[in-house]
Design a protein around this ligand. Structure first.
Ligand SMILES: [Zn+2]
Length: 370
């Protein structure tokens, strides 16, 4: 039987005392993370030309700091152990060439910590969750976790407007049979909206979401006119944070809805393997590409498809999906300003629709050769 994972996120309502402990843990985790990173950075600088020595290094553990900084003992030790794992992970990714050199965490980073299940220290009960160092924390469980799902770890986080959430990672055993692939759809990433599919349909963000974005921009403008640090500025800052959270929630709901729809209608979804970061820099679109939610959308697609034995096919980012005629296969240059693809063969369709058709075709070709 293959092991599967699923995460559930719920709002929690800690008491003042519990909230204080949670925030203290955020701080301790950040402290330990930065300490370990600083030490490793130092040894890295010293030994960076000696690959063998780097490989065999003994790395610092949280225990080392507990002696020097006794207050670290007050918080959940599993959370500190996870900070160590995160430093390790960041380093490994760096050495593999998948990431930049790890950065120090500041207070402006997302505030969170992760703790693990050991000997029944975490238990989900009616209306409450038992957590290390916190005991019973009130939880709003808006959906049930099947009883055969085992809790592996929990991540507590706080939003900038001061709401607390818990993400519960579970594990369960399930044999997933691969679906026979009959229905395939290709998606072309779209700057405005989310994508255009190979039927020519656009996935546009709903109107209320675009209205909320306008509201956010308005609130941010108001904030910029207030005197930094003043009482009014602070009030406005919280208003901005709350609007940002609403925007993020609405976007998440939309992305969940769209990915679910695709997964129920198709056996395979084909997308281009875009490097969003590189793309947003290259195209100087900056924020809007990142805010578009494409990365999150594809990760939702990935796990939802996998759960049903279906496939996400990623095609090479150099595949000329825009330049190719989806009808006759000839390739030509096309300007960004040209909204339709016109070909000597007689094809005359929306450029994104043409791309989506090419992406679908390429996906089918890859599936056939796999
Ligand atoms: Zn053509």
């Amino acid at each position: 039987m293959a092991k599967q994972n699923k995460a559930y996120k719920f709002r929690v309502y800690p008491t003042d005392e519990q909230a204080l402990m949670i925030r203290k843990t955020f701080g301790c985790v950040r402290f330990v993370y930065n300490k370990m990173l600083a030490e490793r950075k130092e040894t890295y600088e010293k030994l960076k030309d000696d690959k063998e020595a780097l490989k065999n290094l003994k790395h610092p553990t949280p225990a080392k700091y507990k002696k020097e900084f006794a207050w670290l003992k007050e918080v959940d030790s599993l959370a500190l152990a996870n900070a160590q794992l995160n430093v390790d992970k960041a380093y490994k990714a760096f050495f593999k060439g998948n990431a930049k050199f790890p950065k120090f965490k500041s207070k402006r980073h997302r505030q969170s910590y992760t703790t693990n299940v050991v000997n029944g220290n975490i238990q989900l009960l009616d209306g409450h969750i038992k957590l290390p160092k916190l005991k019973m924390v009130k939880i709003k469980k808006h959906r049930e976790i099947p009883s055969e799902y085992k809790i592996k770890s929990c991540t507590l986080s706080m939003t900038s407007s001061g709401k607390y959430y818990i993400s519960i990672l579970t594990e369960y055993e399930k044999e997933i049979e691969s679906k026979e692939i009959e229905k395939v759809v290709g998606l072309d990433f779209a700057m405005d909206g989310l994508f255009v599919d190979s039927k020519g349909e656009k996935a546009n963000y709903p109107k209320f979401y675009r209205q909320m974005l306008e509201k956010l921009a308005k609130e941010q403008r108001k904030l910029s006119r207030k005197k930094k640090g003043s009482a009014n500025w602070n009030k406005q800052r919280i208003r901005v944070a709350k609007t940002q959270e609403k925007v993020a929630n609405q976007r998440n709901n939309f992305l969940h809805h769209k990915s679910k729809e695709l997964v129920s209608n198709f056996d395979a979804v084909v997308i281009e393997d875009l490097d969003m970061k590189g793309m947003s820099q290259a195209l100087k679109f900056g924020k809007s590409v990142a805010d578009n939610g494409w990365g999150m959308f594809t990760s939702f697609l990935q796990y939802k498809l996998k759960e049903q034995g279906k496939q996400l096919v990623k095609i090479d980012k150099w595949f000329p999906s825009t330049k190719t005629c989806s009808n006759c296969g000839s390739v030509k240059e096309i300007e960004l300003s040209e909204r339709t693809y016109q070909c000597a063969c007689g094809l005359n369709i929306d450029r994104d629709y043409n791309s989506a058709l090419n992406i679908k075709k390429e996906g089918i070709r890859l599936l056939a050769t796999a």
